[in-house]
Design a protein around this ligand. Structure first.
Ligand code: F6R
Length: 242
């Protein structure tokens, strides 16, 4: 695992955007793995800038999201289907129909999880998976005690995650209790894992992920088992590292 401590979210964004630009230059049809939430926003802003100013093209690429709230209609402004469009997809030249997310309204979520894993495999797998980490150590929405080999499936959010995400809703009661998320096994199949964490609130989770035991109680620790994982943190998020 490579740890990069950078001066600012902007510096992190530039390093991650370089990695994504290199992949797209090498292979225009690269399959990307996207995350939602606050952590990747500066990366998306930098990629949008490169698209606008330098003509960086995503036209032939495809992308898979990590997760989706269960029971929120796709058109809901806080569904991850909508959020990734308003924060990123609508501002670049990727074909929006080539940006996939689990269907949070599927009649049979078990079948939907299997279908989603199969779709990722059929696309040739994910080249670079962007990740954030929750204050409780989750990646995707694999909450503590998730199996390290888990596949895409339904999970229940912890109260901590629901209260962390309440900022995106009018009230914490509106944050869905259930989600569909790529499993830790699914995520681990991406060829490069790139996790971004900034701010003091993430310091404990980052230390547990990087220096703690590999254990389901800290789902992010699965990155220690990966052949090519890069963790980019600012000084605050790095503050509990030994
Ligand atoms: C979002 C996701 C989550 C977030 C995590 C951190 O698609 O999978 O794991 O990355 O909850 O969220 P932020 O970045 O908002 O602190």
């Amino acid at each position: 695992m490579e740890i990069i401590i950078a001066a600012s979210p902007k510096a992190i964004a530039s390093i991650v955007a370089d990695a994504i630009e290199d992949l797209l230059t090498e292979h225009a049809g690269t399959v990307l793995g996207l995350a939602t939430g606050s952590s990747p926003l500066s990366v998306y802003q930098e990629l949008i800038r490169r698209h606008r100013d330098n003509g960086l093209s995503f036209a032939k690429s495809r992308a898979f999201l990590l997760d989706e709230y269960l029971g929120l209609p796709r058109a809901h402004p806080q569904s991850y289907h909508s959020v990734i469009r308003s924060e990123f997809v609508d501002h670049i030249d990727i074909d929006p129909t080539h940006v996939y997310s689990p269907d949070g309204e599927a009649a049979d979520p078990v079948v939907e999880g299997q279908r989603y894993d199969a779709a990722i495999a059929a696309a040739g797998g994910i080249e670079l998976q962007l990740l954030g980490i929750g204050t409780d150590g989750h990646i995707g929405f694999n909450e503590p005690t998730s199996s390290l080999r888990s596949r895409t499936r339904v999970k229940t959010l912890t109260e901590q995650t629901r209260s962390d995400n309440a900022r995106f809703f009018d009230h914490v009661d509106q944050v869905p209790r259930h989600v569909m998320t790529q499993g830790l096994g699914t995520i681990s199949e991406a060829r490069h894992l790139v996790l971004v964490a900034t701010g003091e609130a993430k310091a404990e989770a980052v230390a547990a992920m990087v220096e703690g035991p590999v254990a389901a109680i800290c789902p992010g620790s699965v990155l220690q088992l990966h052949q090519h994982a890069t963790v980019l943190v600012d000084e605050d998020a790095a503050s509990r590292l030994k």
